[in-house]
Design a protein around this ligand. Structure first.
Ligand SMILES: NC(=O)c1ccc[n+]([C@@H]2O[C@H](COP(=O)([O-])OP(=O)(O)OC[C@H]3O[C@@H](n4cnc5c(N)ncnc54)[C@H](OP(=O)(O)O)[C@@H]3O)[C@@H](O)[C@H]2O)c1
Length: 285
């Protein structure tokens, strides 16, 4: 089976690359913007006319949440138009597709974990662009998955874990919001889940939507505190409120995802956030 993974230089793409070695009977092709700019429709069509895939795992995205507010056109092109075009090409060739989406499609006013049936109401350009990407994929008769995830981190790329570690090591003051609640997701766990569900996805004839994050629910403050505690860096972390920050994009105050559906559908086990954080830190430190 030929599997195309986009966004291979990103957090999730890199984790899939690393784990793909455990699947020697599948043939993987990893691409990123240096090889193919997915926003060039002509180049994408040419690429698909020259290559055939059984599955496309679409990890590439415009992920700069604040920058997206100032460049909505680029965010919409990469996060909405591109998935739509990929989905159309996949539908035409009977290729399955997995699209990664986000908890930021929700407005955060829930008081219990969001299920796939909860209404969306994105607060930011990034959230809206990702939701438009979901809709663009749903318009095509493509079979596969939309997987919404949250607060991704990894040993690869830049992310919250690495930024807290760097600041803590330099003894910089750590002021972190305690009023945004969600669940961190170790990109390696998401990569592992994606690879585990592929055999089932290849049997699917329709598009299904699921939520995936690590288990548990915490604030960014709790997350930062756990990072410095596990790393045994003597740093002090101060809790602050979102209104004390100057973030350009609005974030949901509560974006915990309910994973009951994906656990039940695919029989996967999802690690607790702190266990996964320890795992990632043991590799990073
Ligand atoms: N990061 C999070 O906290 C988070 C949370 C929820 C959901 N997600 C979703 O999870 C998925 C994976 O996220 P991630 O953190 O692994 O992302 P990431 O580290 O930002 O990687 C995305 C990759 O896509 C590439 N890319 C951007 N525009 C492209 C284009 N036009 N053509 C080809 N490649 C392009 C990026 O290249 P450049 O770096 O050069 O732009 C980057 O290598 C994304 O769909 C994201 O929206 C992420």
């Amino acid at each position: 089976m030929n599997i195309l993974v986009t966004g291979s230089n990103g957090q999730l793409g890199n984790e899939i690359q690393e784990l793909s070695r455990q699947y020697p009977s599948w043939s993987f092709r990893f691409i990123d913007i240096n090889e193919l700019d997915l926003s060039s429709q002509k180049d994408v069509r040419t690429f698909f006319s020259m290559n055939q895939f059984g599955l496309v795992v679409h990890c590439a995205a415009y992920t700069a949440v604040d920058k997206a507010e100032q460049d909505p056109l680029r965010a919409m092109t990469v996060n909405a138009t591109v998935p739509g075009q990929l989905a159309a090409l996949c539908a035409a060739s009977g290729t399955r597709m997995i699209l990664i989406s986000t908890d930021y499609v929700f407005n955060g006013r829930n008081f219990k974990p969001y299920s796939e049936k909860d209404p969306v109401d994105p607060l930011s350009v990034y959230g809206r662009s990702k939701y438009e990407g979901e809709k663009a994929m749903q318009k095509e008769s493509v079979a596969g998955l939309i997987l919404r995830t949250s607060w991704l981190y990894s040993g690869y790329g830049s992310n919250f874990v690495k930024s807290i570690l760097n600041k803590a090591k330099k003894q910089e003051p750590l002021r972190v919001v305690f009023d945004q609640i969600g669940t961190p997701t170790y990109a390696r766990d998401l990569a592992k889940a994606i690879l585990e569900v592929i055999p089932e996805v290849m049997k699917m004839n329709s598009l299904e939507l699921y939520h995936f994050s690590n288990e548990g629910a915490i604030s960014w403050y709790d997350f930062a505190k756990a990072i410095v505690d596990i790393a045994e860096i003597p740093a002090s972390v101060s809790p602050i409120e979102t209104r004390e920050l100057t973030q350009i994009a609005e974030r949901p105050f509560y974006s915990v995802l309910n994973k009951a559906a994906i656990r039940e559908r695919f029989g996967i086990t999802i690690p607790y956030w702190r266990d996964s954080l320890k795992d990632c830190l043991s590799k990073l430190l």
